[in-house]
Design a binder for this molecule. Structure first.
Ligand code: ATP
Ligand code: K
Ligand code: MG
Length: 678
């Protein structure tokens, strides 16, 4: 087992795995390839995925969708406030400015963070995979939007940890798509790169990347995005159009009624899909409001006019990606369009004229992210052999480092990992000795960030240093932009020079790095470097008369969960999952009993007729009837799984002797037939 690739969408989730050389999308309980990203709290259990989408109709006030929009964001962010308006559940601000979701479930009040809800989606996909494989699944690669911040990435890792998934990598959605494109292409040369633009239009966002392909390797040159431009914005255009129209024609104010809004939105999304295949479409909603049935019609052309503003906006990230890659449309060899939001025909039109070429749709638009993730997972998994293929991704936001509010001397404005730097990367900084070193990581260019994003990322506290050290001591800090696109300190080493150094000044504590080395490194070479240069059994090392001591580092990612919070969430999730399992088991046992009653009743006067006495049949019939009545008496559903099993055992005790006689006769007849045919 190579692990799985996971694409959590705002609308749909997809899970894939590499099997016997090919990539398969795993089917959910309903044998579907896409699973709605919905968590719904029913009366006695949670409904996840497809079941969640189904029960959302019944329990609209406890159904949570599009939670990916909320993870790692701040409650006070105006854009988040808009998102929350669409979420029919109560929310509030947490102590650290995050989002809390309040729900009544099983007569108790519960508070969940978006991380916990995402964890539930992860758990559901994990279950789908485990059912498919018949083993536990933990290794995975998860797709993330390129505009995800450090905190959002950490939140994804924590959500995965809550449900026992182990992400080998978080990979940018478009990078995963590019990988699923490049790995199968054998016609790329080893010199001149082939440039391909990938455009992914999902439910809520648009992401673009430009990749350079060569034989057995790909390099992402740039990422660009519009975080708030996706399929749902086109739904909204239709929604406002018809809300106004129905107000005029039927005198109903849809906006004043949450249920009507929801139903009209659902109808508009369907209408949009119909318009992708037809030049004209009808919209009919029965009993939308005030007991009025509404009816409308729209031509594709009219829809395109209404959506012209959105259509134009698609060009913005495309042009940005080209500019950041220092390429023009003439350099691009192919434009691959993915994401189901791109199925609107006018989108093809606008992209075709922008890129001045026919678009290509070689990839499976809804599955390519999960497929690419599965491929990456197989590549990173030690138990799986896949062809050697190099993936070089690109850092979406410039990250800087400061100490005491002052940017360190590593390049302009303290930028340590500029936008476009390859992922992963590592930098070695050397500082002069101080008692305690505090470093702050921050986003250096607010213009690159989604609006509302805090530039503060995290702080590292280096030390304490034990014992007294000569002022000549220096501190070597290894900073890493890791495989997930998260910044961290890989190691800190205190080096004591035993050679007398006249440069040293015992009075000043110099927080500026005195030297800096920069390296782009693959994970392997990072590890090798650590092994080779620093580690030794006791953490100290003497060479060239220097003593090297490992120094502890503590890290605080602003807004992220603490270890204690993660284990608390793990326990809570286990409890909820157990509860769900108990209810599922009760349902299964109840079904078993029901079908046994039904089956026995039909056999009693047919198959079993000549193997039972009238007395037996009467007895059994009565018991069947009694059990059935007992079954339907139980409306509250307080019966345990064991109680159902006990009732089944009681019935079987009566029926088994007849079943035995019947089977016995069947076996004898078969033996006779076998004998005669010899
Ligand atoms: P995101 O990438 O934003 O997290 P996602 O991955 O769940 O979301 P997709 O599944 O790629 O999003 O796309 C979902 C969007 O595609 C929805 O808005 C849906 O209405 C739209 N869509 C699906 N089929 C069609 C179609 N035939 N015509 C137009 N739009 C469609
Ligand atoms: K998806
Ligand atoms: Mg998507």
């Amino acid at each position: 087992m190579s692990g799985v690739g996971i694409d959590i969408g705002n609308e749909n989730c997809v899970i894939a795995a590499v099997k016997q050389g090919g990539v398969d999308v795993l089917l959910n309980d309903e044998s579907k390839r896409e699973t709605p990203a919905v968590v719904c709290f029913g009366e006695k259990q949670r409904f996840l995925g497809s079941a969640g989408a189904d029960s959302a109709m019944m329990h609209p006030k406890s159904a949570i969708s599009q939670v990916k929009r909320l993870i790692g964001r701040r409650f006070a962010d105006p854009d988040v406030q808009n998102e929350l308006k669409m979420l029919p559940v109560e929310t509030s601000e947490s102590a650290d400015g995050g989002i809390l979701i309040h729900l009544k479930y099983m007569k108790e009040s519960h508070v969940f963070t978006p991380v916990q809800i995402v964890a539930m989606l992860f758990a559901h996909l994990k279950t789908i995979a485990e059912k498919g494989f018949g083993t536990t699944v933990s290794d995975c690669v998860i797709g993330v939007p390129s505009y995800f911040t450090n905190l959002q990435r950490q939140d994804y890792l924590n959500a995965a940890a809550i449900v026992g998934l182990k992400p080998l990598r978080l990979i940018h959605d478009c990078t995963a798509t590019a990988l699923s494109y490049g790995v199968y292409k054998t016609d790329f040369a080893s010199e001149a790169p082939v440039y391909v633009a990938f455009v992914d239009i999902g439910h809520c966002d648009t992401q673009v990347c430009i990749a350079a392909f060569q034989a057995d390797q790909m390099k992402i040159l740039s990422h660009a995005y519009d975080m708030s431009l996706g399929g749902r914005d086109f739904d909204e255009v239709l929604f406002s159009h018809f809300a106004a129209k129905f107000n005029e024609e039927y005198n109903i104010e849809v906006y004043s009624n949450a249920r009507a809004c929801r139903r009209l939105r659902v109808a508009c999304e369907k209408l949009k899909k119909v318009l992708s295949a037809n030049l004209e479409a009808d919209l009919i909603v029965e009993c939308l409001m005030d007991e009025k049935d509404v009816k409308g019609n729209i031509k594709r052309e009219e829809f395109e006019n209404l959506a012209s503003g959105l259509l134009e906006r698609i060009c913005v990230p495309c042009n940005k990606a080209l500019a950041d890659a220092a390429l023009t449309v003439e350099n691009i060899n192919s434009v691959e369009v993915v994401g189901s939001g791109s199925r609107i025909p006018a989108i093809t039109g606008i992209l075709t004229s922008l890129f001045k070429r026919e678009l290509s749709r070689r990839l499976n638009a809804s599955e390519c992210v999960a497929r690419g993730c599965a491929l990456q997972c197989a590549m990173l998994s030690p138990v799986f052999r896949v062809k050697k293929y190099e993936v070089q991704d690109s850092n979406p936001f410039s990250i800087g480092l400061s100490s005491d509010g002052k940017p360190i001397r590593a390049g302009l404005d303290g930028v340590l990992f500029p936008k476009g730097q390859s992922i992963p990367s590592i930098k070695f900084l050397t500082f002069q000795y101080s008692d305690l070193l505090r470093l702050e990581a921050f986003y250096a260019n607010p213009d690159e960030l989604p609006p509302g994003t805090s530039p503060k990322i995290c702080c590292f506290t280096i030390g304490p240093f034990h014992g007294s050290h000569a002022s000549k001591a220096r501190i070597e800090v290894q900073v890493q932009l890791n495989f997930h696109g998260i910044i961290g300190i890989e190691s800190v080493v205190l080096v004591e020079d035993h050679v007398d150094d006249s440069r040293s000044n015992s009075e000043t504590i110099n927080i500026e790095p005195v030297s800096e080395t920069i390296e782009n490194a693959s994970k392997d070479s990072i590890n090798e470097k650590c092994e080779a240069s620093h580690h030794s059994a006791d953490g100290t090392r003497k060479d060239n008369a220097n003593r090297r001591l490992h120094v502890p580092v503590s890290e605080n990612i602003y807004g992220a969960m603490t270890k204690a919070e993660i284990s608390e969430a793990q326990e809570k999730e286990l409890k909820l999952a157990d509860q769900d399992k108990t209810i599922e088991q009760i349902k299964d046992r109840k079904n078993l009993l029901e079908s046994y009653i039904y089956e026995t009743r039909s056999k009693l006067f047919s198959t079993y007729l000549s193997f039972s006495s009238e007395h037996e049949r009467k007895d059994i019939s009565r018991s069947l009837k009694e059990t059935e009545e007992w079954l339907y008496d139980d409306d509250g559903g307080d019966v345990t799984a064991d109680a159902y099993s006990a009732k089944l055992a009681d019935l079987k005790q009566l029926v088994d002797p007849i079943e035995y006689r019947y089977n016995d006769r069947e076996a004898r007849q078969q033996a006779t037939r076998d004998l005669l045919s010899c």
